[in-house]
Ligand binder design. Structure first.
Ligand code: HEM
Length: 205
């Protein structure tokens, strides 16, 4: 199973000067625990070309097995992708250039443009876009094995189950928001916001 990593910190592009050149995209980010494997950038495939001319990637990796106890510390992770023999000016078709690349993690996305507008940094941070959150990809990985085990034990509440979290979403949100859960330390506000947004978007599985 692969999952979007927790956060992306930087996205860089480099042209390898072959003829035609290859575009190498390198993203650096963080997972919520160590021992994630196989970090990759997975290119989105489009039916119609995106209006902003930006190629999107998901920054994914494979989480450690559920039965492995891992410390809750953020771990750095790097992944690269190559677009071979690229024709930047005609990437999306004749005279439709590639504007840049964007890498998506769970909590954010980062965009790097070839030609940043004057006065704008080349690297723009965007909030997670609307309508994309799902329990399996965005919410389920926020719960640690210890959260799931403890809450099944004390309240028979299975935080690993979409149905259970959907049924108890309001009380879970209240406890995350007031910082009383998890019992060993509150979530960062960005994660609580993400959970709230998942609720308001319809609790997609
Ligand atoms: C993200 C993780 C967690 C969430 C969302 C969560 C959520 C909740 C919720 C919603 C309740 C109230 C249930 C009810 O009133 O029926 C609760 C109670 C409780 N939880 Fe958690 N929990 C989490 C992690 C943990 C952990 C790691 C422990 C570790 C000991 C824990 C221990 C307890 C205990 C002892 C109660 C009952 C006492 C009380 O209501 O404060 N929980 N939790």
């Amino acid at each position: 199973m692969t999952t979007r990593i927790y956060a992306v910190d930087s996205v860089t592009m480099a042209l390898q000067k072959s003829n035609p050149p290859n575009l190498v995209i390198t993203a650096m980010g963080r997972t919520r625990t160590p021992l994630w494997s196989d970090p990759r950038l997975v290119a989105h495939v489009y039916v119609t070309e995106p209006q902003d001319g930006v190629q999107d990637f998901d920054f994914v990796a494979t989480p450690p097995p559920q039965d492995v106890i891992v410390p809750q510390v953020l771990a750095p992770v790097t992944a690269s992708a190559v677009i071979p023999e690229i024709d930047i000016e005609n990437y999306w078709g004749a005279d439709r250039p590639l504007a840049g690349v964007r890498c998506h993690a769970q909590s954010n996305a980062k965009t790097t443009l070839f030609h940043a507008p004057i006065g704008m940094p080349g690297c723009a941070e965007v909030l997670p876009e609307g309508g994309e959150l799902s329990f399996a990809i965005d919410i389920r990985p926020l719960f640690r094995p210890v959260d799931i085990d403890m809450m099944i034990a004390v309240r028979n509440l299975d935080l690993g189950s979409h149905d259970a979290v959907t049924d108890h979403a309001d009380v879970i949100l209240a406890r995350l928001r007031d910082g009383s859960m998890p019992c060993d330390g509150a979530w960062p506000a960005t994660d609580v916001d993400l959970f709230e947004r998942w609720i308001s978007e319809g609790k997609t599985p």
